[in-house]
Ligand binder design. Structure first.
Ligand SMILES: Cc1cc2nc3c(=O)[nH]c(=O)nc-3n(C[C@H](O)[C@H](O)[C@H](O)COP(=O)(O)OP(=O)(O)OC[C@H]3O[C@@H](n4cnc5c(N)ncnc54)[C@H](O)[C@@H]3O)c2cc1C
Length: 594
């Protein structure tokens, strides 16, 4: 019998696996998708090859790309952006790692208390989470982002509006700042040379950290030839997973995690012990062979993400007495504001996003630069139809340059002629209200080889008044920033439902009435069953990019598991975190070819 089984190797699961392995527990990490070990040869910078949701090397599907992707029902006609594979959706992520605003935690007494979703706070205070934030920030590590031209444009707009610069990691006022991100800063020739990985000076060790290639979303493999733990973007495949697999090498008494990929967990087993429904283990199906396997453990941790955790829970017949399993599914009700400039903006260069402004109680506005196909994608899906032609009955959602919607005709040509590096894009991330009606449940459509599939109902077009007002507020701020930076034209997309930054579908909460987990991340109704990923978050992390908060909460949950289930001592407040890019560790990882 294992000590701990962790289901899912995305943003949250590897954190628990690494922390508990460092304490010497026997941990099995099961991941449904592939492990991309040879990224130099497996991954390209061709956007369709990478991002095609049906066939891309980054998709929600099995290791064998000739097999179909796994399906989810989304009745509201939307795109659900989640990935399988070691690293999970962090393979896509931009590494932005802000902390959630203090107002979304219990005990907040600021004057703007009413601005937050005060009915669904985290069940502990912000200051309680700070040591865990600091632990993750040291481990990944999180640093002030490397910046270039597009960030200068963004900062100019913010400064011209008179916004103050935020310099601490805790954000409590309307302000702008460089991102804190989990991307290693450029060293050597990195960031100084344009070129491809074939350019010898852009290879490790002549270059270290971010090479400014501009392809963060396609999975980071740079600088070429770097050991896995020194690859620039700290998606968990490049950070927590290599550390988990080598825990015996860098932690006194540590024990390496066993990772099994292509292993889709289909059942959580329970039995009655001392009058309690108790988790005993899991069954998974191997994708290549179709064989099923069962393992038992003292503790089971679900980290399969906001959609698959509820599916697995319901398919396993686990209790759901308050009907909150899968409910409260939040995203950040995104929108895009796009501007054209008569100057070079370098929008496609550098890290995906290195500058942001924060509006606590409302959400955030980030400058984002993506490669050309993704830039087009952001501009071709709108709830307001085609700008100037029809608006789908959405009413007056627009900017001073006219109505919202995708572009057509001469206007589209004009924007295209500007070219991607004289454009400028801002992503609106709304502090979304936890709403009971938004949920993941089981679909009535045909089951797949893993059982009934998930159905994600996001009533994107019927949001709470607070959420809608927050989004409109942030769009206005983004338009002002673009104008103040000198934009020639500004367009609002009124983006259609693209569901990413998903959170809180198995939320931890103060009240038994509207939560699945207690304040320790432990299931209220199944003993020995924990959840440690975005679904455990109590709310949408106040509109801040959620992964750092998930990783801090997962570190806290790992510590609770160690103390409450294995009689261990807490360590986050007493020990110094081992930094994942420490030369000692990375040379061992290099020896191991990790
Ligand atoms: C384009 C894009 C950019 C983003 N940028 C940022 C950013 O800059 N900053 C930020 O904070 N966040 C960002 N995010 C969000 C970030 O990716 C998520 O917050 C994070 O990955 C969530 O972690 P998770 O563990 O909840 O889920 P995931 O990362 O999705 O991991 C879940 C894992 O579980 C596996 N799994 C599912 N079901 C099973 C099963 N039954 N058995 C075994 N394994 C299973 C999946 O294959 C997957 O690997 C971005 C997301 C996208 C799409």
């Amino acid at each position: 019998m294992r000590d701990v089984i962790v289901v899912g190797a995305g943003g949250g699961g590897p954190v628990v696996a690494k922390e508990l392995a460092a304490k010497g527990l026997d941990v099995l990490l099961l991941e449904a998708g592939p492990r991309h070990a040879d990224t130099t040869n497996e991954w390209t910078h061709y956007e369709n090859d990478a991002n095609n949701p049906l066939t891309g090397f980054l998709r929600f599907g099995p290791a064998d790309r000739s097999k179909p992707a796994w399906y989810r029902e989304t009745p509201q006609n939307s795109f659900l952006w989640q990935l399988s594979g070691v690293g999970g959706t962090t393979q896509h992520y931009l590494g932005n790692s802000p902390r959630a605003y203090p107002g979304s935690f219990a005990g907040y007494t600021g004057a703007d208390f009413d601005a937050y979703d005060s009915q669904h706070p985290f069940p502990f205070s912000y200051s309680e989470l700070v040591p865990y934030y600091e632990w993750v920030e040291a481990t990944l590590p999180v640093q002030t982002a490397a910046m270039g031209t597009k960030e200068e444009v963004f900062f100019r707009g913010c400064e011209n509006l008179g916004l103050p610069v935020q310099t601490s990691k805790t954000t409590t006022r309307n302000s702008f700042r460089p991102q804190e991100n989990a991307i290693l800063q450029p060293g050597g020739f990195a960031g100084r040379l344009a070129g491809h990985e074939e350019e010898p000076r852009l290879q490790y060790p002549q270059s270290t950290g971010c090479t400014f290639c501009g392809y963060c979303i396609l999975g980071c493999k740079h600088p070429a030839e770097a050991p896995r733990n020194l690859v620039a973007k700290r998606s968990t495949d490049n950070s927590y997973v290599p550390m988990a697999l080598t825990a015996d090498r860098w932690a006194d008494g540590g024990r390496p995690v066993e990772l099994i990929t292509d292993a889709f967990v289909t059942q959580v087993h329970t039995e009655q012990r001392n009058g309690k429904t108790t988790a005993t283990g899991v069954t998974w199906r191997g994708g290549a062979t179709g064989e099923t396997h069962r393992e038992d453990a003292k503790v089971v941790v679900l980290a399969a993400g906001c959609t698959e955790n509820p599916r697995l829970w319901l398919n396993s017949g686990l209790p759901n007495p308050n009907d909150w399993v899968g409910r409260g599914y939040t995203d950040h009700y995104f929108d895009w504001v796009i501007a054209t400039f008569d100057e070079y903006t370098g929008s496609s260069k550098g890290t995906g996003s290195s500058a942001r402004s924060d509006w606590p109680g409302r959400g955030g506005v980030m400058n984002v630069g993506v490669p050309p196909a993704l830039q087009s994608f952001t501009m071709t899906v709108s709830d307001s139809g085609i700008r100037g032609q029809y608006a789908n009955g959405r009413g007056p959602t627009g900017t001073w340059d006219g109505p919202a919607g995708r572009l057509l005709g001469d206007e589209l040509k004009d924007v295209m002629m500007h070219g991607i590096d004289r454009m400028f894009a801002m992503l609106i991330m709304t502090d979304d209200h936890v709403e009971e009606q938004n949920r993941a449940t089981l679909s009535a459509m045909p089951a797949d080889e893993h059982g009934p599939i998930a159905k994600v109902e996001m009533h994107q077009r019927k949001r709470s008044r607070r959420t809608v007002e927050n989004r409109e507020y942030l769009v206005r701020r983004a338009v002002e920033i673009a104008r103040a930076a000198g934009a020639t034209k500004v367009f609002r997309m009124d983006w259609a439902p693209i569901i990413l930054h998903v959170q809180s579908s198995m939320r931890m909460g103060e009240s038994e009435r509207n939560s699945v987990l207690d304040p320790n991340g432990h299931s209220r109704w199944v003993d020995g069953l924990y959840i440690a990923d975005n679904s455990a978050l109590s709310n949408g992390a106040s509109g801040a990019n959620p992964t750092l908060t998930t990783q801090a909460v997962s570190t806290r949950t790992a510590e609770k598991i160690f103390t409450d289930r294995f009689g261990g001592d807490p360590w986050v407040r007493t020990e110094a975190p081992v930094v994942s890019t420490d030369g000692r560790i990375s040379s061992r990882l290099a020896e191991l070819g990790l």
